[in-house]
Every structure is written in C-alpha cells, then in structure tokens.
Design a protein around this ligand. Structure first.
Ligand SMILES: [Zn+2]
Length: 351
C-alpha cells in the first residue's frame, strides 16, 4: 500500500510502498478514504514535539482520518455493530482503557495514549489498524472529506467551547472572542454560535480572507488585528459590541502575540480556552489574572463523545466545511503551503 512516512526529521516525507498492516484481535483494518492535513503534521516533521516525545522513525503521518471498515478482528464484539463497508471516522486519542481518564471517557488524555499519525500507522496511507473502540460510525450523508477533518480541526474547538460553556462563561449579554480563523477557527466560529447561548461572537485574525470566512460562518463582528495595538483593538471591539473586553476567548492559534492580545482584552471573571499550538510559551502579566479572577483552560483535541456530537451535528447539516482537496502525491507540496499559512480552511487528501 501507499504510505507517506517520516524517515528523517526535518526532511520531506517519503511517499513509498509498504506492506498492508496486520490487525490485532480487538482491531479493525480501516481503508482510508480521506485524511486532513493539520499544522501538527508539519510540526511533527519539523521536530516541534521532539523535546516532549522523540518518536522513532519511520512514522506514517496523518491523524484526521475517515474511511471504510475493511476487516474486523476476531474479538471485536458483535454488539459493537461494525460490518465491512461501514463508513467510519477515527477517534484520534487511543487510551489504555483502564486509567481514571479513560474510565470517565477522556481516553485522549490517557497517560498511555497512542495517536494515529504519530507512530508506525497513520492516515496518509491506504490502510491502518484501529482499536474497535476508537472507531465512530459515520452517517452516509457525510462525505469522507467532511468526516476526516471533524476528527481534529472540527473537534478541538468544539471541546474548548464546551469548557467555556460548562464554566458559565457564555450566554446572553456576553461577548465571546474567537482567535485565529485557520483550520480550527473556521469550525470554532460555528460552534461559538451553536453553543454560545446567545453570546455575541467576534472573530480576530490577521488575514482578511480568513476573516471573510468567519463572517460567512456567522461571526457577529470581525476585527483585523495586523499592525494594531491592543488599545486600538479594544476601541474597535467597544464600537462593535458596546464593551471593550471579552467575557470568553477560544484561541485556535495559540501564538505568542495572540496570548498577549487575548489576555489584555479578557474581562473581569473572564475565561480563556486555548486549543492552538502555534507558539510554544505562555508569557503574560500575572496580577490581572489574579485580581480579575480569570481562568485559563487548556483543551486538547476531544473524546469519543465530543466526536460523536460533531459528527451528529454535521449529519444534520448544522456545520459548514471549508475544504481544499488534494492528492496523495501532493502531500509535501501541501505541507509547504500549510507552513506558509496559505491554506484557507482545511486541506484534505482524498484516496
Ligand atoms: Zn487510560
């Protein structure tokens, strides 16, 4: 089968022929139909994660995966309901199933977690083995290229906004800022409207094309931030919403300057959820966090339930997708476009 693999960090991935993987008894062999390309694919290749997990090569990249059930392992219970030919999305965080995080359903933060696309098997290949409990059946109304990015770009901001909602940060007469309108933020805007309880939604980004997407997907206001001071941006925000600060922020970028801007705009008792990993440090003044009683939420990817929810919303046509389709042979070319910030929405490989 075809697979795109890292043999050496910092080099282009090698497109090659490798054997079709064997499956364990509790696994399902998925025939990949689509795989989204994430900034973290480029970061993995470029060595961003090496200080935290120096994964041995070869690594098959790709973790936003949809496909078809090709072969079912002998111990997968009938009650799981899988049949060959089923359309599926791959839940990305494969926990051990026994720790306390797994037992409450958060397998994606299991200390023994495995990820497709960060080891021998990934979605930029024709097949991969997946533990049956980390496959979610996809409604046949959904296209494969829509399901694939829902497993990360369309999942991660959803969990982050649920955290803001569960913390009581959303509702009428509140203003929710969405920072960064890339692959994640173009979904994040929509979830801000779906889950915001009537909060006004304001998009913040540097790139005007990306702000146009935010407007199209329901942002009440958009603010271009390139070259502006936080005081200027606060004035624009006040003009647009009647208040100069934000009750809640979902940050889909996680860039150093975005943090500084975001925290400078955060209201008393505000909540800041970050799901982005563009930068690598959080460095903001301490006092306002304390005497304004603000809360920071790290939010990572999503669990099976979060994924089932976004897939159900998509099947009911409640989510719009901004997708650019490319072919297997174009993987390195698209990685470069992604590094240059030139992808609007999500680039998805179709097989
Ligand atoms: Zn676990």
């Amino acid at each position: 089968m075809k697979a795109a693999r890292i043999h050496e960090y910092g080099k282009p991935v090698v497109l090659e022929d490798v054997p079709i993987p064997e499956i364990q008894a509790d696994e399902i062999l998925v025939q990949v139909k689509a795989c989204g390309m994430c900034r973290s694919d480029a970061q993995l290749i470029d060595g961003y994660f090496r200080p935290f997990a120096d994964i041995p090569t070869p690594i098959t990249i790709g973790h936003e995966i949809s496909g078809v059930v090709h072969k079912i392992g002998s111990s997968v219970p009938k009650i799981a309901g899988f049949e060959e030919g089923d359309h599926v999305g791959v839940a990305p965080g494969w926990g051990d199933g026994v720790c306390r995080h797994c037992l409450v359903g958060n397998a994606h933060i299991c200390p023994n977690v495995r990820w497709p696309g960060f080891g021998p098997f990934g979605g930029f290949a024709e097949f991969l083995p997946v533990p049956a409990r980390y496959l979610i059946k996809a409604d046949r109304r959904l296209k494969f290229e829509e399901v694939a990015p829902l497993t990360d770009a369309g999942l991660t901001p959803y969990r982050g906004i649920k955290k803001l909602r569960d913390a009581g940060a959303l509702g009428p007469n509140r203003v929710l800022g969405v920072f960064g309108i890339g692959g994640l933020g173009s979904y994040g805007i929509q979830y801000a409207k779906l889950l915001g309880g009537g909060a006004k939604v304001v998009a913040f980004a540097r790139n005007p094309d990306k702000l146009a997407i935010a407007k199209k997907y329901g942002a009440d206001h958009v603010i271009a931030i390139k070259g502006k001071s936080s005081a200027d941006i606060a004035k624009e925000l006040e003009k647009a919403t009647g208040q100069p600060d934000l009750d809640a922020i979902i940050d889909c970028a996680g860039a150093t300057e975005m943090f500084q801007l975001g925290f400078s705009l955060l209201a008393i008792s505000g909540h800041y959820a970050n799901v982005g990993l563009v930068g690598d440090r959080l460095d903001v003044p301490l006092l306002p966090r304390v005497n304004r009683e603000q809360t920071f939420h790290g939010s990572y990817w999503g669990n099976n339930i979060d994924l089932m929810e976004v897939m159900a919303l998509a099947a009911e046509d409640r989510i719009r997708h901004t997708i650019k389709i490319f072919e297997f042979d174009q993987i390195n070319e698209y990685l470069d476009l992604l590094r240059a910030g030139e992808i609007v929405g999500r680039a998805v490989m179709k097989l």
